[in-house]
Design a protein around this ligand. Structure first.
Ligand code: 13P
Ligand code: SF4
Length: 304
């Protein structure tokens, strides 16, 4: 409770109405943030939701590239990111300038950029993808040669699912690469009936041990199946909150407690309240960059 006798959650509900705001929350967010969501999802679902909302304000509880994607798709809306420091370190492993250089070395390649990139990098790319549609996006291309940026592990996984020639940028997610094959092997010995589900940002040696390779919302859908009672979860540990909430009686075991994305955890209820009160910090994209980045995102949305 604060001085006005309202809890933070009540304040957020009140402010949301006043501002005509919608709260979009990524599956890795802290549990109390997931609990105030109007919509929770993976990167693909959140960008689709942003593209369709009739609200005037989006409070994006996730990391910067996700809020930026909403700003790319909805220029007329105010997009708030409650903490501007909430970035994705992998997105910062490539710049537009580096990409322009690499494209000169691979003139025949179509650039497929993971949504975990800045707007400037999207603007230099041919088509965007997320973990939920990367294989479909690559398969949809006329070109046989692809430059996949910036996640080498997602790129490597896609390469195992297609005949196209894929050159990967050497980026990676430090959170997912903390999950080691030994973690899965040990947990599988302890829980022999458990299904092993991992995110495609994991190392290939981890992916090789999985029953399913899925986006975060793909994992949430898979967990609802009747034949899943126990699940070893190879992704960021924030997702365990949603899995437990939606599936009482089932057991969800994090593949590694080390798989914690520190920037995802920068969003707090206090910061959500402040962002709605102050209508800041806002994420904006210069129009010239936005239009080029939007072309890459729209091409992806036409595939899914
Ligand atoms: P999803 O799109 O599967 O939710 O993944 C986003 C992400 O940042 C994974 O680390
Ligand atoms: Fe970026 Fe990895 Fe965090 Fe996802 S989990 S936001 S890829 S650092």
């Amino acid at each position: 409770m604060n001085s006005q006798g309202l809890s933070l959650e009540e304040k957020i509900r009140r402010l949301k109405k006043e501002r005509n705001a919608v709260i979009l929350v990524h599956n890795y967010q802290p549990g109390e943030i997931q609990d105030i969501a109007d919509f929770s999802g993976d990167s693909l679902e959140l960008s689709q939701k942003a593209a369709r909302t009739s609200a005037e304000v989006i409070v994006f509880c996730g990391v910067h590239f996700m809020a930026e994607t909403a700003a790319i798709l909805c220029p007329e809306m105010t997009v708030l990111l409650p903490d501007m420091q909430a970035g994705c370190p992998m997105a910062d492993m490539i710049t537009a300038e580096h990409l322009r250089q690499r494209k000169k070395e691979l003139p025949g390649a179509t650039v497929v950029c993971y949504v975990n990139t800045t707007a400037k990098v999207k603007a230099e790319s041919d088509i965007c993808c997320t973990s939920a549609n990367a294989v479909r996006v690559v398969e949809s291309l006329d070109s046989e040669e692809v430059l996949f940026i910036p996640d080498q592990y997602l790129g490597h996984y896609v390469a195992t699912q297609t005949d196209k020639k894929i050159t990967c940028w050497p980026g990676y997610c430090a959170t997912h690469t903390r999950i080691q094959p030994q973690d899965i092997i040990r947990l599988k010995q302890q829980h022999p009936q458990a299904k092993v589900v991992v995110h495609p940002e994991c190392r290939p040696e981890v992916i090789a041990l999985a029953d399913e390779v899925l986006s975060t919302s793909g994992m949430c859908r898979y967990a609802r199946r009747d034949d899943v009672r126990e699940m070893i979860v190879g992704t960021e540990i924030g997702i365990i909150h949603r899995l437990n909430k939606e599936n009482p009686g089932k057991q969800f075991i994090p593949a590694s407690e080390q798989a914690n994305c520190p920037t995802m955890k920068l969003i707090t209820l206090e910061k959500v309240v402040r962002s709605l009160e102050e209508m800041a910090p806002q994420v904006t994209v210069p129009e010239e960059v936005r239009l080029r980045a939007k072309a890459a995102v729209d091409r992806m949305l036409a595939v899914v």
